[in-house]
Design a protein around this ligand. Structure first.
Ligand code: ADP
Ligand code: MG
Length: 630
């Protein structure tokens, strides 16, 4: 075993650089942060070969005193911090005094700087950390840093660099983050002499988002503001229809600093639960303001992560603000029909969207077919159009099939007194427990294909997926009852033993807590047997072991154990789905009326718990456009 010895400074620097400077984008990030800390209003970035040959960052900030130039290259030398206490009230991007030293250790750097109120400035060069003499320099006020031949003296690192395009991509990402965090900053990025981005200082956050992520994203944005207070969340989220296949468009900032955080990202994503399909991600640009003494930014080498003093408070703030904002929006997806495509029967390519549109047209209106006098579209007195309520007196009543929707047996969700089109009443009508369901007024709803309800609203024509809507309603009722502790549970006289493979039995027992909330009481019987001693009454006649298998199947599909909240949500959705009316079920007028009534009471009637829309709006405007009326 060799003896212990201190490492020479050049090695120390390279070790430090190993953590902070991974690739050209890391250099750009550090230099940009220094320029921001210097109070710059404009920053120009020039790269050659993805930044591997040259990175030049020029700012118009406060500059550096000539005598301090050499210190700027020294490790742990900074103007931003005095003592350890300062670490807990950091208001600058940098504070460790490490970046320039690290960059200088693995490249050839020229640092030139002049303070705005001084006639001359100074210049200093570093070659792998070896400093030249300080020379006068008379360039523009501000600081100019040129980094050439990155990793020329660390061949191993150089080998890890990717293609020019990839490295440029990383630099663009660093520039994007900084540009979003500093919306007054004029930023110019050039690569091999060609302009990549020019973002004027007048371009606000919305414009910047449009510039980096297209106008489509900008147009889908909703502004957020949790309101004044020591903790504040501002920024933008996007409509669920602008979802993405990954979380890359979830940008988080705290006190002007980009950071990544699983908990905050989770809060954002959770707020969209039920609005997005599985595997889809929301778009969000979240800006947190937190008193500096309540967030520790000194926990990660590149400061990409932070630690909040009150993680759960931040989580709730994000969740409540985003969710509240989404609730305020009308999230019915608008059906857009391609203009100029549907010009007739021979209109060329068939699109599924057109099929949806055509299905809402009565058969005879498509031409060729005679109106059928027996067709279930009776013209009603005073009605404005075809109204179809298919009589089916022999079927069991909808309420019976609704495990907890029956108005007489169900005091919590009693029947409506009157039914009006959903848009006609802003607040739900008063309820009494015994009122019958009157027929909906003419023109209210028409069931088509035993699967969809079509109704007129003030904005156009609404097509509702009866299964998706009912599923959503049941889901919300279930959830409300669980929350209020009003979920009826059926105790089994003799608990039912269920044999499972060992790992499945373990999975089920691990999930015993959330399962109990759902009314499923499980306990360990020993061996690989699990005892089921209760189940939710609302699941009615379905055999308990069948419910149980659904639960096990769900648990098995999860790579990692789901959080209790996620599991409750998913299992509730599964149960609601099983109990809801299906496509193919013909509904009586009363059932339609009841369903539409419940729709008004639903918190989110626009999406089923799996994120599929429950309704599509064919707007009046779109219809007029398609029929060439406008
Ligand atoms: P830190 O930013 O953590 O202080 P750096 O190594 O990045 O450490 O920079 C060291 C010091 O050099 C800074 O504290 C700052 O005083 C000075 N400096 C670096 N870049 C600039 C710049 N663009 N304009 C003004 N001062 C700068
Ligand atoms: Mg710095």
């Amino acid at each position: 075993m060799p003896r212990i010895h201190s490492l020479p400074p050049s090695v120390v620097t390279k070790i430090a650089a190993g953590e902070v400077i991974e690739r050209p984008a890391s250099v750009v990030k550090e230099l940009l942060e220094n320029a921001v800390d210097a109070g710059s209003t404009r920053i120009d970035i020039d790269l050659d070969a993805g930044g591997t040959d040259l990175i030049r960052v020029v700012d118009d900030g406060c500059g550096i005193v000539p005598e301090d130039l050499a210190l700027a290259f020294a490790p742990h030398a900074t103007s931003k911090l005095r003592d350890a206490d300062d670490l807990f009230k950091i208001a600058t991007m940098g504070f460790r005094g490490e970046a320039l030293a690290s960059i200088a250790g693995v490249s050839k750097v020229t640092l030139q700087s002049r303070q705005p109120d001084q006639p001359t400035g100074a210049e200093l060069r570093s070659d792998g950390g070896a400093l030249s003499a300080v020379r006068p320099w008379n360039g523009a006020a501000g600081t100019r840093v040129e980094v050439r031949h990155l990793f020329y003296n660390v061949p191993v690192r150089k080998k890890f660099l990717k293609s020019v395009a990839t490295e440029l991509g990383h630099v663009c990402e660093a520039v994007t983050r900084l540009a979003l965090a500093n919306p007054q900053l004029h930023l110019v990025l050039r690569h091999n002499g060609k302009l990549v981005y020019e973002i004027p200082g007048t371009a606000g956050l919305r414009d910047r988002i449009a510039l980096f992520f297209t106008g489509e994203v900008r147009d889908g944005l909703y502004e957020l503001d949790s309101g004044p207070g020591p903790l504040r969340l501002t920024g933008f989220i996007a409509d669920p229809k602008c979802d993405r296949g990954n979380a890359k468009l979830q940008y988080l900032f705290v006190n002007g600093r980009w950071f990544r955080d699983r908990s905050v990202a989770h809060a954002l994503q959770e707020s969209y639960r039920g609005l997005l399909m599985t595997g889809r991600y929301s778009i969000g640009f979240l800006f947190l303001t937190v008193p500096p003494d309540r967030v520790d930014v000194n926990v990660h080498p590149t400061k990409a992560e932070v630690r909040f003093q009150e993680n759960s408070v931040i989580y709730s703030l994000v969740r409540a603000t985003v969710k509240g904002r989404l609730m305020r929006e009308n999230l019915i997806p608008q059906l857009q029909m391609p203009v100029g495509e549907a010009t007739g029967a021979d209109a060329g390519a068939f699109s599924p969207r057109r099929e949806v549109a055509e299905r809402t047209v009565a058969p005879w209106e498509r031409g060729g077919e005679e109106p059928n006098p027996l067709t279930p579209f009776p013209k009603r007195e005073g009605g404005t159009g075809p109204v179809g309520f298919f009589a089916s007196p022999t079927r069991p009543a909808f309420q019976e099939r609704l495990p907890f929707g029956a108005p007489t047996a169900e005091p919590v969700f009693p029947a409506p007194v009157a039914v009006a089109p959903p848009e006609a009443t802003a607040t739900p009508p008063p309820l009494t427990a015994t009122a019958p369901f009157p027929l909906p007024p003419a023109g209210t709803a028409l069931q088509v294909h035993d699967a969809y309800l079509v109704l007129e609203t003030k904005d156009g024509m609404l097509v509702i997926d009866q299964h998706a809507l009912h599923e959503r309603i049941l889901f919300e009722q279930l959830r409300r009852r669980m929350r209020d502790g009003k979920l009826e549970v059926q105790r089994l006289l003799i608990p039912e033993p269920i044999d499972l493979p060992a790992e499945q039995a373990a999975l089920v027992l691990e999930a015993a807590g959330p399962l109990r909330e759902l009314g499923l009481e499980v306990s360990d019987f020993g061996g690989n047997t699990v005892l089921l001693s209760s189940y939710p009454t609302l699941l009615g006649r379905r055999p308990p072991h069948e419910i149980f298998q659904g639960v096990v199947d769900y648990l098995l599909t999860k790579e990692r154990p789901p959080t209790a909240e996620a599991m409750l949500h998913d299992l509730t959705a599964t149960m609601a789905c099983k109990a809801a009316v299906k496509a193919g079920d013909r509904l009586t007028p009363e059932e339609i009326a009841y369903l539409l009534h419940l729709r008004q009471l639903a918190e989110d009637s626009h999406h089923c718990p799996h994120g599929r829309p429950t309704s599509l709006l064919f707007s009046r405007h779109e219809l007029d456009k398609q029929f060439r009326r406008i």
